[in-house]
Design a protein around this ligand. Structure first.
Ligand code: FE2
Ligand code: FE2
Length: 361
């Protein structure tokens, strides 16, 4: 059976419940009461309940702050971070479409479709931020940063290569240029998913902290509010893809090797070092954030990725967040999205909420 061409509109001869999330069989009928992994229904509901749009955020004060309160360097970092977050969300948006095509579990597909739409919303949000505050040359600087700054390019290329290799392999099989090989498919999928988890959980989340640091200094509060809405989404994506990774290993025990464990550990360490190198270049000559604080936070995020993906903590000095202000300024506060809150108070459907732990696999 083909693992690369699994998507069928309908197959009445097999069960609605999928046999595997990748390379399995399912009828195509999405029955949320008949899932192989019922936890996915809850995740799907929780993601849906977070829907928002960028127009909910007011940036009037930020327009003044950007010109009057930020230093030249702070403005440069604001532009650069916004530029690379845009790049990462653009990759996420497209890569999710491929994963959504490849999965053979309709509930996984349902979650991935939502994630892809959120990534598209995030892209629009950066556009909203930049078109509200930046002039033409600043905007060019922001959006060209991922194509021009060598340290940033090096850091991003580590994950892009893994994802692109997988995409190319799938394409080669689809056009008949490569012979399908299930072992190769799962190896490349495993590596691409791991790279994607780094993109979501390390490179994104690290970038958000700059906005929190400005907010701590009473600058760019609206921008930080928007970032916190995005961050909440990304946290859900991390939980979902951590679960996907665990299911992948469960369903394909051949992936559960010491070699792959070592691969994952080395890959995280390589990405953490690349992130630190980039941070040392970017976050200089500013008062709001120190390199040491950032490095501790990156190590903490790497530990969270390890936990979500079923690995042991790699950075034992940073099991918890050391800079508590990141929590204070890095959580959505609800105030800025009163309209949405009101909507949910009057909605007859009252979704229950649970934490991301304790999946019933
Ligand atoms: Fe995103
Ligand atoms: Fe995401």
């Amino acid at each position: 059976m083909s693992v690369v061409k699994p998507f069928r509109i309908f197959n009445g001869k097999v069960n609605n419940k999928s046999t595997r999330i990748f390379g399995g069989e399912a009828s195509g009928i999405c029955d949320w009461d008949d899932l192989k992994y019922p936890a996915l229904l809850q995740i799907n509901k929780e993601m849906f309940s977070e829907y928002w749009i960028e127009d909910e955020i007011r940036l009037g004060e930020d327009i003044k702050d950007y010109r009057q309160k930020l230093t030249d360097k702070e403005r440069y970092i604001f532009n650069t971070v916004t530029g690379y977050l845009t790049q990462l969300d653009s990759i996420a948006n497209r890569f999710n479409f491929l994963l959504g095509y490849l999965t053979t579990d309709p509930s996984v597909a349902g979650c991935i479709q939502l994630i892809a739409s959120f990534e598209g919303l995030h892209n629009r949000s950066y556009q909203y931020l930049t078109s509200t505050m930046l002039n033409d040359s600043e905007k060019r600087q922001a959006f060209n940063a991922p194509k021009e700054i060598k340290t940033l390019m090096k850091r991003n290329q580590i994950i892009i290569d893994k994802i692109q290799t997988f995409v190319d392999y799938v394409e080669d099989v689809l056009i008949g240029k490569a012979v399908e090989d299930e072992e190769k498919f799962f190896k490349l999928l495993y590596e691409a998913l791991f790279a994607y988890i780094i993109l979501e959980g390390l490179y994104f989340s690290g970038g958000f902290v700059y906005f929190h640091s400005l907010a701590r200094d009473n600058k760019m509060i609206g921008s930080n509010n928007m970032i916190n809405l995005i961050k909440k989404d990304e946290t859900q994506h991390n939980v979902f893809y951590g679960l996907v990774m665990q299911i992948l290993m469960l369903e394909n025990p051949q992936l559960n090797t010491q070699e792959n464990y070592d691969y994952a550990v080395n890959f995280i360490k390589t990405c953490v070092e690349a992130e630190k190198e980039w941070a040392r270049e970017l976050f200089t000559d500013i008062e709001t954030l120190s390199i040491k604080e950032y490095e501790n936070y990156i190590e903490y995020l790497a530990n969270v990725i390890c936990r979500n993906a079923g690995l042991s903590d790699l950075y034992t000095d940073n099991k918890d967040i050391k800079s508590r202000w990141i929590l204070n300024y890095g959580e959505k506060n609800g105030e800025h999205r009163a309209t949405k809150a009101d909507f949910f108070q009057t909605n007859v459907i009252n979704y229950s909420h649970e934490g991301g732990e304790g999946f019933d696999l």
